[in-house]
Design a protein around this ligand. Structure first.
Ligand SMILES: Cc1cc2nc3c(=O)[nH]c(=O)nc-3n(C[C@H](O)[C@H](O)[C@H](O)COP(=O)(O)O)c2cc1C
Length: 172
């Protein structure tokens, strides 16, 4: 049973973190465990070593997607463009009501993961390692290829709202 002080700490943490501006991605996978896709803001570039880039994504264990990504051994990270908030909502909505992939153009990467043809940028990844941290599974991916088609800005999530980037003009 959490104490009142612990509840207050977690509330403060969530309020502060809601202000963090992140990109919004759809993480996809396919293989023996089946095709899955979900909206994720927890994507971080980790490193580049001699074998190439490494990134990570954090998936809540309430979602079976983390388990299926590990079983498939592959995932795609599809950064959404500023005109794709409806896709972010679609891939975060209940799957019993809709097929999240319906009508989307997909490109299969070398890893076997499907990628969204119209993403702002996408990364084809092989699962390199995983770790469980609290309620989330952290999935590290070796990036096999990158696709960029950035003809518009990225979709941003901050203050629990979807936004686009507005550059600050430096004062003269
Ligand atoms: C903007 C946004 C960001 C999200 N970020 C994450 C995230 O980083 N990790 C995560 O596990 N779920 C995240 N979610 C929630 C999942 O997309 C949502 O719970 C989804 O339904 C999970 O897929 P499932 O229903 O197939 O398990 C996010 C949702 C939204 C709208």
């Amino acid at each position: 049973m959490p104490t009142e002080a612990m509840r207050a700490l977690c509330d403060d943490y969530l309020s502060a973190m809601a202000g963090l501006a992140t990109g919004v991605s759809v993480v996809t996978t396919d293989g023996p465990a089946g095709r899955r896709g979900l909206t994720v803001s927890a994507v971080t570039s980790v490193s580049i070593d001699d074998a190439g880039p490494i990134l990570l994504v954090c998936v809540n264990d309430r979602s079976g997607a983390g388990r299926d990504i590990v079983a498939n051994g592959c995932f795609g990270v599809n950064m959404l463009g500023q005109d794709q908030a409806s896709l972010a909502e679609r891939f975060a909505s209940r799957t019993d009501a809709i097929d999240r992939f319906a009508g989307l153009s997909l490109v299969q990467g070398a890893s076997g993961a499907p990628r969204l043809a119209k993403a702002f940028a996408s990364f084809d990844c092989q699962v390199l390692a995983e770790a469980t941290m609290g309620t989330h599974r952290v999935l590290y991916g070796r990036v096999l290829s990158v696709s960029t088609g950035a003809d518009r800005g990225p979709l941003i999530y901050s203050g629990r709202r979807f936004c686009s980037v507005a550059p600050i003009t430096a004062a003269a």
